[in-house]
Each structure stands twice: as C-alpha cells, then as structure tokens.
Design a protein around this ligand. Structure first.
Ligand code: AMP
Ligand code: DBH
Length: 568
C-alpha cells in the first residue's frame, strides 16, 4: 500500500451523482491549492501576501513576503521535503504559532500532495501522540520553545514511540536533536511542468482537485479528536463562497488573530480565503487589543475574525478609549454563540459591520450577509454559503420540523464531508444513511433561511470557541486510581460562555483520604492534555443522578452546578 492508497482507504468520497452535480453547478472548478498560489503569483507576484511582525519563537523580526516569494519558498520547501523522503499521501503534523512559515510549509505540502494534519499550538502529548500514531505521520513540524513550552522535547518523545515518524522539523534557531526547518529548502531541479517539484526519482504525480488536501480536526464529542478529510475542490469552493460573502478583494487586509490552523481563521474567509482573493494576510502574535489594535492601524487591516470572548475584550478596550481599530470594515464573530447584547455593541463601538459566522471544520458554514438588516445580523448566526447546502432541522427521530421550531441540525452539501477519516464506527453515528452530517447543534430556522443556534445535543463543552469533548476528559479522570466515575459538564461563565466542571465519584477505598480537586486537575494536566481541557472546577459526589436505564443525567448535573454558582 502506498501512502496515497492509505489516504483513500480511510476516505468516504462524495457519491458520483453529487460530485457531478457540484461540478455542473460550477462549485467544483478543478482548482488545487498548489495551482492557486502559482496563479496568484503569476497575476500579482509583487503584492504582499503575508506579513509576520515576529515576536514569537520562530522569528524575532518582521517579515513581509510577496506572492512571488511565498510561491518560490513553497517550491523550495517542497523540493527539500521531497529530498527528505516526504511523498504524496504522507501525513505531516503541523503545529506552528502564527508565523509566516506556517504558509510556506502548508503550501509546500499541498504541492507535494502530502497532507498537513492541523494541530493547534495548545495541543500537548495526548493530542499530538494520537495524531501521529493514528495518521501514521512521517513528519512533525514544531516551533522550539513557544509560550514557555518546549515542543522539541515533546517531539522527541513522540518520535521515539512512533517508528513511522522519521522527521521532526523545528521552526526557529535551535532545533535541538532535530532538523532546522530553515535547512530543508533546496532548489527545484529544472523547470518542472506542473506544480510538483521533481524528486530525483522522476516527477511526482500532481495532486488532483478531488484529492484529500489535508486533515482538519474536529472539536468532537468522543474520547479522542477525529480527523476531517477535506479535498481541494470542496475547500476551495467554501473559500470562494466566503470571499464573496465577506466582500474580499485584492485590497483586503485580513488579520489572523486566532491560531492560524483552526478552520475559522483558515477559511472563513480566513487567511486562505484572503490569499485566494489576492489580499494580504497579517499574522497577529497575540490576540489582546494591546497587540492587535496598533497592528490594525499600521497595516490598514480591513477584516478579522474573533471568538466571542475576544470580541468582548476588544469592545471593552475600545469603549475605554483604546484606538487603532478604525480601518476595520468587517468583524466576523463565531466559534461559539455571540450574545445579542454584545452583537448590538459592535457597530456603535467599533464602527464596523458585524458578520456572524456559524461554521464547523466538517463543512457547513453560515454567514450573516453584509447587507442584512441589523436585526438579522445581531440575532442570528447566518445562513449557508451555498444554494446547494442542504439543511434539515429534525426531531429526535429524524422527522423534519417546521421553520421556527428548535431541533437537530443535519446538513449535506458541496463542502461538507461524508465521513471522518478512518472512523467507520463514528461515521455510522455521525452521518445518516443518505449522507447528512449530524452536527450535534440545536437550531431554529427562520423563514428566510437564517439559523439561530439554540443549544447543543452533543456531549461537548464550548469554552469560548475552544471545544472540549466531555468523554475525552472523563477517560483521563478515570485513569486516576482514586476515581470511580467521572462526568464532565458545562457551567455558565460570563466571559467564556461556558467552562468545564468535572463531577467525580471517589472509589470506596479512597473515601477516607480523597484527592483534592487541584490534585485531579494536576493529574489531567500531567496526562499531557491541552491546557484548555483541564477542568475549571471539580465537584465530588457520592453518586450521579441516573436515568431509567442508568445513564448519567448530565442535564441535572449542569442544573446543579449552575444553581450553586448563582448562589455563591
Ligand atoms: P468544530 O467541530 O470544532 O469545528 O466546531 C464546530 C462547532 O462550533 C459547531 O458545530 C457549533 O457547535 C460551534 N459553533 C461554531 N460557530 C458558532 C456560532 N456562531 N454560534 C454557536 N455555535 C457555534
Ligand atoms: O467553530 C468552528 O469550528 C468554526 C467557526 C466559524 C468554523 O470551523 C468556521 C467558522 O469555519
């Protein structure tokens, strides 16, 4: 089996009749990321594509790369990766801060036909080792010491445990025992006819538009994060749609505030949408207004995307008199529900248009339209990008509900996956037999098609846009010798919307000297989990409230913690 066979093997393709329909409608146009960058570089090579102000471990100083330079760098990086044995279909875990190298590496992988696996900077041993072993990754790209954490050390450990992982590339000065990313690029041999550099063993096959381009991560509700295979055709369609709905063009300047690899800042319309439109991407090293506002002023930023807690922070800073944001024309807010009260403040305080976005890495993205009435902009989470996005709102037995009634959101369409990668068991639960994705969101549809997110049926906590799968944390808690049972639920929080509360039942033999809450938090952290997944609070109980058939009544636990919080 080649690496490409492996990728195909775990991939649920779009059924042929749907693929034909999406092509005939002009949604899928046979574009690939490799060619997209080549074409932009040919059309306006001298324009600035990426501004990285530095201030992270990858580079101290500022870099400004034109489209021609990014294109050339991607080629040279691709040639270097090929020379080091990275091949089409190979998986490469990419975990970088908001640095220009992120785009150099990702476009190089796109050109080779190797698949980036988009890890987040916050991920630690538990997540990274899973991504590497589950995908059989051949390479892992990391910064050195970033945010006080030594990624080289983690990479060494993961590499020792994964024989397939041959290459650790470190972006930054000191690679330790690994290879410096900056030492990888080499010259493209000859004038290759396609977007793929020659690897010495004959020209590689050029990636096809229907190929899987990368694996994105699901916030999910299962024990470990699931992987989302997105094709060039489907993802580029979502970019083109986003570019149009967010009115991006060659004059647009997008500030990438959230972690660049996350689906929202990557594609809604995000940095890739901006590059598609020929605009400029400015990378923001820190999301706070003190960093972002002066950068907006200096670079003439016109559009950015934030999760609700950050939007609140920016609104508060602007109300207190902070300045610099004045060039902003559009502020996208999404990832978690933005309250109507906060939404109403955006235009008067920041002087720009709010655009709510309700999306998911699995596909479907909804936007409020820039010319929607203010009422729709502030009270809804928008409507789908595509006329061919099929949206169903159903009851517990999958029966369609009338507009205005809250129910489960199911969706199918030209950029929504038909299955997670290599996960037949989960796919049976997460997709209907006719291919609708069960989003786990509870929504209400208005007659015009706008959706209002009313809640969630999936067992997940949305911590200000950072998704925490309850089951994943419960599994880690259950590994503690004193823990008999664990149930993780959300508790309301004025800033993040929700935080995590872990209810724990201690084993009988440990009841005399039970562990303290902080000890269990430390234990979870030491499992090597991303920090945002460590429970914010631990509550001890003798038993969980149970349903008739013995399932934990999480609803009651959520109500209990909410009540005790309002009392305290
Ligand atoms: P993920 O699976 O990590 O890509 O997260 C997607 C999920 O984030 C959605 O299914 C929703 O639960 C949530 N989400 C994203 N945007 C919004 C929004 N604007 N309002 C409410 N929830 C949102
Ligand atoms: O939360 C998300 O995953 C999300 C939010 C807004 C997303 O994937 C997107 C837009 O594309």
């Amino acid at each position: 089996m080649t690496a490409l066979d492996d990728v195909l093997d775990g991939f649920t393709p779009y059924p042929a009749e749907f693929a034909e329909r999406y092509r005939a409608a002009g949604h899928w146009r046979g574009e690939t990321f490799g060619r997209m960058l080549r074409e932009r570089a040919a059309a306006h090579g001298e324009r600035i594509a990426v501004v990285d102000p530095g201030g992270h471990s990858v580079a101290a100083g500022e870099r400004r790369w034109t489209y021609a330079e990014l294109d050339r760098r991607a080629d040279r990086m691709a040639a270097g990766l090929l020379a080091r044995g990275v091949r089409a279909g190979d998986r490469v875990v990419v975990q970088l801060p908001n640095a220009a190298e992120f785009f150099e590496v990702v476009f190089a992988l796109f050109r080779i036909g190797a698949l980036p696996v988009f890890a987040l900077p916050a991920h630690r041993y538990a997540e990274i080792s899973h991504f590497c072993s589950f995908t059989g990754a051949v390479a892992y790209v990391v910064p050195g010491v970033e945010g006080g954490f030594d990624h080289r050390e983690l990479a060494g450990r993961v590499r020792a445990e994964n024989p397939a992982l041959r290459l650790v590339l470190v972006a930054g000065e000191d690679p330790g025992e690994h290879v410096r990313l900056a030492d990888v690029p080499c010259d493209v041999p000859g004038d290759v006819p396609c977007d793929v550099p020659c690897d010495g063993a004959g020209p590689a096959r050029e990636p096809a538009p229907g190929d899987v381009a990368f694996l994105q991560l699901s916030g999910g509700s299962t024990g470990v994060p699931k992987l989302i295979p997105r094709t060039h055709d489907d993802y580029i369609y979502s970019l083109r749609g986003s570019v149009e709905l967010c009115a991006l063009d060659g004059r647009s300047v997008y500030l990438c505030v959230l972690p660049a690899a996350h689906n929202f800042p990557l594609s809604s319309p995000g940095s890739l949408g901006t590059l598609y439109a020929g605009g400029r991407v400015v990378l923001c090293p820190q999301p706070n207004p003190e960093t972002a506002f002066p950068l907006i002023a200096r670079e003439g930023v016109t559009i950015t995307g934030l999760v609700p807690p950050l939007a609140l922070l920016w609104l508060d800073a602007a109300e207190r008199g902070a300045r610099g944001y004045e060039s902003l024309e559009v502020l996208l807010v999404g990832g978690a529900k933005f309250s109507t009260e906060a939404a109403r403040r955006v235009r008067p305080v920041l002087g720009c248009t709010l655009q709510q976005v309700f999306g998911m890495a699995e596909g479907l993205v909804n936007y409020t339209r820039l010319d929607d009435p203010e009422e729709l902009i502030t009270t809804t989470q928008g409507r789908p990008i595509s006329p061919d996005d099929e949206v169903r709102v159903v009851d517990d037995r999958d029966r369609d509900l009338p507009d205005g009634t809250t129910g489960h959101l199911l969706t199918r369409g030209p950029y929504t996956i038909r299955g997670y990668w290599n996960a037949p068991g989960h796919n049976a639960d997460s997709f209907t037999p006719d291919g609708f994705y069960r989003t786990g969101d509870l929504v209400r549809r208005l007659p015009g098609g706008h959706l209002v997110v009313e809640g969630r049926a999936k067992d997940q906590i949305n911590r200000g846009g950072e998704k925490v799968a309850a089951e994943e944390i419960e599994n880690h808690l259950l590994a503690h010798p004193a823990v008999h049972d664990a149930a993780v639920v959300s508790m309301p929080d004025p800033y993040l919307g929700e935080r995590t509360c872990a209810y724990v039942v201690i084993r009988a033999e440990h009841r005399e000297r039970p562990p303290k809450g902080v000890e269990l938090k430390r234990f979870v952290r030491q499992c090597g989990l991303a920090d945002y997944k460590v429970p914010d609070r631990v509550e001890f109980v003798d038993a969980f409230p149970a349903t008739g058939i013995g399932k934990v009544r999480k609803k009651d636990l959520r109500a209990a913690i909410a009540t005790s919080l309002t009392r305290s």
